[in-house]
Design a protein around this ligand. Structure first.
Ligand SMILES: CCCC/C=C/CC(=O)SCCNC(=O)CCNC(=O)[C@H](O)C(C)(C)COP(=O)(O)OP(=O)(O)OC[C@H]1O[C@@H](n2cnc3c(N)ncnc32)[C@H](O)[C@@H]1OP(=O)(O)O
Length: 581
């Protein structure tokens, strides 16, 4: 019966659940929420679905709904022969179900959530296409369930995978368990599930939970896919269903009961307590916790790769102050320097209040040119003209805005009135408002303006990669790809997240900072003739001035410098090992 249905579906390729099939689906499309994109290759018939829901590709209701819909569409698309699932996040394939959907849930949403999860599993497990997972990061629980629903799994070394539900005090659904058994066998499955085992890729390969290990799982999947696609689709698909039919039938028969069980089980007090504790542990695992954290900063911190402590010694520019709350929080959480820029008279009172409260911590408190800020610069003993030069090391723009008109205002101000020449200064964007990311789009237009050369912007994007991934409603085909293109080197992105490289740079810089710049540069130039001029070019000439800036940030700049032209990254290592510094 089941096979007959499958045959019918393959033969007709008619719409499923009323979904329309697009005439031509080749090229790249992205989900409405931009949580994933699909790249359909016309030549091979293979579609790559790349999940990009920061921070962890955790599966919430909306994400599952959209993903499921996309998979169902591909399942019906004649010209699609293979699907590869992967992730754009640097270390997570999928963190499984979004725990927040299960913690203190709303009954209706909880029901929908589980129904959709069942649906996506069915769409994958019973897909007539060849489906593969390029598991390029951790893949616990629901992430593993998704991977198990595909036909072939290739994983990057060192990351972990497994059905760890018992660790959360919950139980994997019977259909996930069945698919696990089908892959690794009854005994191993029972053992793994009861203990909530998470396996490294190497261990997972040993027990056949994955099929291969590769440093580039996506490429490896694409290569492997070609072998699968050599076979006639109908024969391969029918064989798949012969193998999986009983599991799919069992799931379909039991899904209503499974749903009832889930919606009863999850809200139970004991389960909620277990989930709450698990969530707390997940959060407290973070090495660096914010001491002071109110909602807006918390929001910001969720959206950036590094947490606020990484920025606390950095100079902040605070544009378009609405109420100064972010400035306060930055200061409370240890920020050494805050520069507040304000253009509106109406906010003056509040800003004055902040200034008074945190006077000793404010290096500069300013408004835009033509207002009395300039005098305040002078109060600080700095010449106005100095502030019309490029900021030395790092600028963090915090664009606190609530609506579009303010966005464009900020953008306008940044372009027309901001007194600094950003030059090559790395720019971080810190925001509490997803909409404000649109500002970046506006700023791309500024590439044509001398004031903010594209290189500065490219740094902004480097640092801002995770933010960009979150931009809602921004279609890759439009501005996003444009942004990506102006990254000077894509491998730099990886470098920025490489802890070891950070350390190297830090060691070097600690030596460096103990010496006056004039004495250091000639020595550097002996080893590397161009580095000194690069530094000057980058305006890091007054090292005594930037002494107290975060080493990590300066380290990043060094690595950017070092990796740019003819410098080898080893320079940093060589320099740091020389004790005369
Ligand atoms: C009858 C009931 C059946 C129920 C079936 C359930 C199946 C499930 O999928 S339950 C979900 C189980 N998932 C997990 O246990 C994974 C938990 N996450 C992790 O272990 C780690 O996050 C990771 C190994 C995946 C990645 O570690 P990494 O250090 O790289 O990142 P983190 O800093 O831990 O995470 C980043 C960020 O994301 C939040 N987060 C992670 N996982 C989830 C999740 N599943 N749901 C919601 N949020 C998640 C994490 O808290 C971090 O957020 P903050 O930056 O705000 O702290």
């Amino acid at each position: 019966m089941f096979l007959r249905n499958v045959m019918r579906k393959i033969a007709s390729q008619k719409s499923l659940n009323g979904l329309a099939i697009k005439k031509n689906y080749f090229g790249t499309t992205s989900s409405l929420l931009d949580d994933f994109s699909i790249n359909a290759n016309e030549k091979t018939g293979v579609s790559v679905i790349t999940m990009s829901k920061t921070p962890a590709n955790s599966l919430n209701l909306e994400f599952i709904q959209e993903l499921s819909m996309a998979i169902q569409k591909l399942n019906m698309e004649k010209s699609c022969r293979g699907i590869i699932l992967t992730s754009s996040l640097p270390s997570i394939f999928s963190a499984g179900l979004d725990i927040l959907e299960m913690y203190q849930p709303e009954p209706d949403r909880l029901e929908k959530f589980w129904t959709e999860f069942q649906e996506i599993w069915l769409a994958l497990y019973s897909s007539p296409k060849t489906v593969m997972s390029a598991i390029n990061g951790h893949s616990p629980a629901g992430g593993c369930i998704i991977a198990l629903a595909t036909d072939y799994r290739i994983m990057k070394p060192k990351f972990t995978i497994g059905l760890n539900e018992t660790m959360l005090g919950i139980v994997a659904p019977f259909w996930a368990e069945d698919s696990m058994k089908a892959v690794i066998g009854q005994r191993r499955s029972e053992y793994s599930l009861q203990l909530g085992k998470l396996y490294t890729a190497e261990e997972a390969l040993q027990i056949n939970l994955i099929d291969e290990i590769s440093d580039n799982p996506l490429q490896a999947c694409e290569d492997e896919m070609m072998n699968w696609l050599k076979l006639p689709d109908h024969a391969r698909t029918l064989t798949k269903f012969q193998n999986r039919g009983h599991i799919i039938e069992k799931m379909k028969k039991g899904r209503k009961e499974d749903l009832e069980k889930f919606v009863k089980f999850i809200p139970r007090e004991g389960i909620q307590m277990a989930l709450g504790t698990y969530l707390d542990n997940l959060k407290s695992r973070k090495k660096k916790q914010l001491k002071t954290c109110v909602s807006d900063v918390e929001l910001i911190v969720r959206k950036i790769k590094y947490n606020l402590e990484d920025y606390t010694k950095t100079t902040f520019f605070y544009l378009g102050a609405q109420d100064g709350i972010l400035a306060e929080n930055l200061i409370n959480s240890g920020c050494k320097k805050v520069i507040v820029t304000e253009h509106k008279k109406s906010n003056e009172e509040h800003l004055n209040e902040i200034q008074n409260r945190f006077r000793e911590k404010f290096l500069r408190f300013t408004r835009f040119p033509n207002s009395r800020i300039i005098e305040e610069y002078k109060l600080d003993g700095l010449e106005e003209k100095n502030w019309h030069t490029q900021p030395k090391v790092a600028v963090i723009l915090t664009l606190l805005t609530n609506d579009r008109s303010k966005l464009s205002l900020n953008s306008y101000l940044l372009r027309k009135q901001f007194p600094f020449n950003f030059g090559r200064t790395p720019i971080f964007l810190l925001t509490d408002n997803t909409e404000s990311k649109v500002i970046l789009m506006n700023e791309t237009n500024l590439q044509t303006e001398k004031r903010i050369p594209s290189r500065a912007l490219s740094y902004m994007f480097l640092y801002d990669r995770t933010l960009l991934a979150e931009i809602p409603r921004l279609k890759p085909s439009q501005k996003y790809t444009k942004l990506i293109k102006i990254q000077p080197k894509s491998d730099l992105v990886d470098l920025l997240y490489d802890e070891d490289k950070f350390k190297e740079a830090e060691v070097f810089l600690k030596h460096f900072f103990n010496k006056p710049y004039e004495r250091v540069i000639p020595k550097i130039e002996k080893i590397c003739p161009n580095l000194g001029s690069e530094l000057i070019d980058m305006n890091i000439t007054m090292l005594d001035r930037v002494k107290d800036l975060d080493f990590r940030i300066i380290g990043e700049i060094f690595r950017l410098v070092a990796s740019n032209d003819n410098y080898s990254r080893n320079i940093i290592r060589v320099l740091s090992s020389r004790h005369e510094f």
